[in-house]
Design a protein around this ligand. Structure first.
Ligand code: AMP
Ligand code: ZN
Length: 112
């Protein structure tokens, strides 16, 4: 499939990995919006949150079990933000499910 994050998951395009296991991968965003900006993706292709069903519950649960581990490892003691842009109105630019971890500074509260 011609999908950037599928290629990153397959190792065909390099990334700055911070976590990897059989089902998910986390790597540094190439255009960071905060001192720490990491993307967490499933290795299997899912387009966005809009495609999630009960069948993905274990996978999404796993992602959200690993996110706090990454936050500790990255020293995000002041907190962090999780963002998942879904579809054009949210400005999703890569159509493969990903969760942004943003932290390392006091983040703006602007949401829209
Ligand atoms: P979104 O706009 O929510 O779909 O987020 C996509 C993110 O992927 C953006 O923050 C981009 O900076 C990031 N990105 C695009 N290409 C790469 C890449 N090759 N490696 C790491 N991050 C990337
Ligand atoms: Zn993909």
């Amino acid at each position: 499939m011609d999908c950037l994050f599928c290629k990153i998951a397959a190792g065909e395009i390099p990334s700055a990995k911070v976590y990897e296991d059989e089902t998910i991968l986390a790597f540094r965003d190439i255009n960071p919006q905060a001192p720490t900006h990491i993307l967490v993706i499933p290795k299997a292709h899912i387009g966005s949150v809009a495609e999630l069903t009960e069948a993905n519950a274990a996978l999404v649960g796993h992602i959200f079990a690993v996110i706090p581990e990454i936050a500790v490892r990255e020293g995000l003691t002041g907190g962090f933000r999780i963002v998942s842009n879904c579809g054009p109105d949210a400005g999703q630019s890569v159509p493969h499910l990903h969760f942004h971890i943003l932290g390392g500074k006091e983040l703006s509260l602007e949401m829209a």
